[in-house]
Design a binder for this molecule. Structure first.
Ligand SMILES: [Zn+2]
Length: 86
């Protein structure tokens, strides 16, 4: 059985940074920004911080991607979220 690893932070998956494609001058560039979590704080001094609305989208996408591999655990997480009313 595969060991389930649930990230503490869904935005950066505990990496502290988020890398995304940014278009500038007709080209796509990899851009890194720091996360809002504890790990991200280590990077906040030398890179921009992710905006709240973008963080929400990224967290949701990461969760969906993760849920493909761990559907049972994802269900449990969603259930517990509903129970705390989040
Ligand atoms: Zn994070």
């Amino acid at each position: 059985m595969r060991k389930v690893k649930i990230p503490e932070c869904w935005i950066c998956r505990d990496l502290g940074i988020i890398v995304y494609k940014k278009e500038a001058h007709g080209q796509l560039y990899d851009t890194a920004i720091s996360c809002v979590c504890k790990k991200g704080e280590e990077n906040a001094a030398f890179m921009a911080r992710i905006k709240d609305d973008m963080a929400e989208v990224v967290a949701e996408e990461n969760f969906k991607e993760w849920a493909k591999y761990f559907p049972e655990e994802a269900k449990k997480i969603l259930k517990s979220k509903r129970e705390v009313g989040a």
